[in-house]
Design a protein around this ligand. Structure first.
Ligand code: AMP
Ligand code: MG
Length: 316
């Protein structure tokens, strides 16, 4: 039985579990979140494994207040105005990663931006304060399922994969947070949600609306620019490097330049994926050859991301 009423001692226990790299579901005002320490690549990989997500999409880093957000991202004047008006609340801001930000590259799907939010729920806020770290938390349901608004929904979908479900009653808003991208000159609405476009425009003036943004990742090659891909060409299912190429290994492969997981552990490979792609994306190489990754479990998401990284791009 993993559902526990959200008392002070249960929140303290949940925070300790998060700091150990375990998964904890917790209530927010929008929906229940599937939480992991956002600074821990392995813990974030466990989120994708538990949800059985076929893709690595960037996750929202939940923090207790604006000061905690400012350690992770660069808040410009627009962001501070919005945060003052809507935090705590159902507004997620996508902002440039701050120098020294501790958020895992897997949590941000390798991007130079990070999505942050301060949830308006006393249990979530107490948990974030007790944890003292940003908590990555997509909705606590298996991929493709309906977002959970009670602890019992979470238990039905993910029960045995979680260290704890903190029960804080039913969620008030019941729809996900609004996601607003502030890395562009004109703020861009990536996902409609609890805060309306009209509410945002009162503070910001006209905003743009992204076409076809999908929480499971871009569907059309035209949207690939919003997802991390190496500058070098990427060649998949490579048994060996060609002259000039770097070889990204998986499993025992002594000739690999770097290895996602020498022991062929998919969770370790997921945790290392973005950091190692970045490490090899250097002009001294002509391309990145990637060893075959088994197509099961987290391998589906790894292969999805590699396939996107391997789509030929023009330099324009
Ligand atoms: P979920 O975690 O399921 O609530 O979904 C998070 C949403 O925020 C998805 O639509 C993501 O694509 C979006 N998101 C998170 N981080 C970023 C980012 N750095 N850039 C663009 N979109 C993001
Ligand atoms: Mg969801």
């Amino acid at each position: 039985m993993t559902i526990i009423a959200a008392s002070d001692s249960a929140i303290a226990a949940a925070a300790a579990l998060l700091r150990e790299g375990r998964l904890v579901a917790f209530p927010t005002e929008t929906v229940y979140g599937l939480g992991a320490d956002a600074t821990d690549d392995r813990a974030v990989a466990a989120i994708f494994a538990a949800k059985n997500r076929p893709t690595f999409n960037p996750l929202i880093a939940h923090v207790a207040d604006i000061a905690a957000a400012a350690e992770l991202v660069t808040l410009d004047e627009r962001a501070r105005r919005l945060a003052a008006a809507f935090w705590p609340g159902p507004l997620t801001l996508v902002l440039p990663r701050a120098a020294g930000s501790t958020v895992s590259l897997l949590a941000s799907a390798g991007l130079d931006s990070i999505a942050v939010r301060v949830p308006a729920h006393p249990v979530a806020l107490a948990l974030l304060r007790a944890t003292g770290r940003p908590v990555a938390a997509p909705s606590a349901n298996p991929s493709g399922g309906v977002s959970p608004t009670t602890a019992a929904h979470v238990e039905e979908g993910l029960g045995e994969r979680l260290a704890m479900i903190l029960d804080g009653g039913a969620c008030r808003v019941g729809v996900e947070s609004t996601v607003l991208d502030l890395t562009t000159a004109t703020p861009t609405l990536l996902r409609p949600g609890g805060v309306t476009r009209e509410q945002l425009e009162i503070l910001l003036g006209p905003i743009a609306v992204a076409q076809g943004h999908d929480e499971d990742g871009p569907r059309s090659p035209g949207m690939l620019a919003s997802h991390y891909a190496p500058a070098l060409p990427v060649r998949l299912d490579a048994q060996a490097a060609l002259p000039g190429e770097a070889l990204l290994g998986f499993g025992p492969l002594p000739q690999a330049t770097l290895n996602l997981s020498p022991t062929a552990d998919l969770a370790e490979a997921a945790a290392n994926l973005f950091a190692l792609l970045r490490a090899l994306d250097r002009a001294e190489f002509s391309g990145i050859a990637v060893a075959p990754i088994p197509h099961h479990g987290l391998g589906l998401a790894i292969n999805d991301r590699l396939r996107r990284a391997a789509v030929p791009r023009s330099s324009a």
